[in-house]
Design a protein. Structure first.
Length: 129
């Protein structure tokens, strides 16, 4: 299983409106689209401020996990995009990683990672220029 590990090539603190912050927003939004479709959830479910049902909570955790682990975004950046604290993102990553032992969950996550990899290779990298 290969991870995408995207680096924006930019360092230091960001303010809203920079190329990097727009890329982070686009990457997280694309992850939300992919996860929402796979889990039959809405973007409002994933971005909502309440926990929601167990299905919504797990879908949100998967989206945060993929944004951090597969795309290599910081916990803080992912939390900002999902309106969550970085510690919540860290908890989501641990929860999803623990679920990877289930073959069905592993298969779904592998497909989602491949979809995001395709997005990044074909579209996402152009956003970093």
């Amino acid at each position: 299983m290969g991870y995408i590990q995207v680096s924006t090539g930019l360092s230091g603190s960001r303010s809203n409106g920079t190329v990097e912050s727009k890329w982070v927003t686009a990457a997280c939004l694309q992850t939300m689209f992919v996860v929402a479709a796979a889990f039959r959830l809405s973007l409002d479910d994933l971005r909502g401020t309440s926990r929601g049902s167990a299905e919504v909570a797990f879908g949100r955790q998967v989206a945060m996990y993929l944004s951090h682990v597969s795309l290599g975004l910081s916990l803080t950046d992912v939390g900002r995009e999902f309106t969550r604290d970085r510690t919540t993102v860290a908890h989501a990553c641990r929860t999803v990683e623990d679920q990877r032992d289930d073959p069905r969950t592993e298969a779904v996550l592998s497909c989602l990672e491949a979809t995001l990899k395709f997005w990044f290779i074909t579209i996402g990298k152009d956003m970093q220029s």
